[in-house]
Design a protein. Structure first.
Length: 79
């Protein structure tokens, strides 16, 4: 997943990382990578409301570049 960030502009160091990953996977023949596509059920986890106004994070906003393209495909939820 980390290497997919560099698909557009890969460097020599990224190739070394890919070789390492492939070497690891070739040794772990019985291992597998699971990608779950369903959304996890978080109903059992209580919602907590935090008051950030009295911390160093008060008034923080996410900064996005103006040239950000519209996302394509399905939304991804990182947990």
């Amino acid at each position: 997943m980390m290497m997919s960030h560099f698909r557009a502009v890969p460097h020599i160091g990224h190739l070394d990382c890919i070789k390492r990953i492939i070497g690891y996977l070739s040794k772990m023949r019985d291992g597998m990578i699971r990608i779950r596509t369903e959304e996890p059920d978080y109903r059992s986890i209580p919602d907590r409301i935090y008051d950030w106004e009295h911390t160093v994070h008060a008034g923080a906003k996410e900064e996005l570049p103006n040239e950000t393209p519209k996302p394509l495909g399905k939304e991804v939820l990182m947990t």
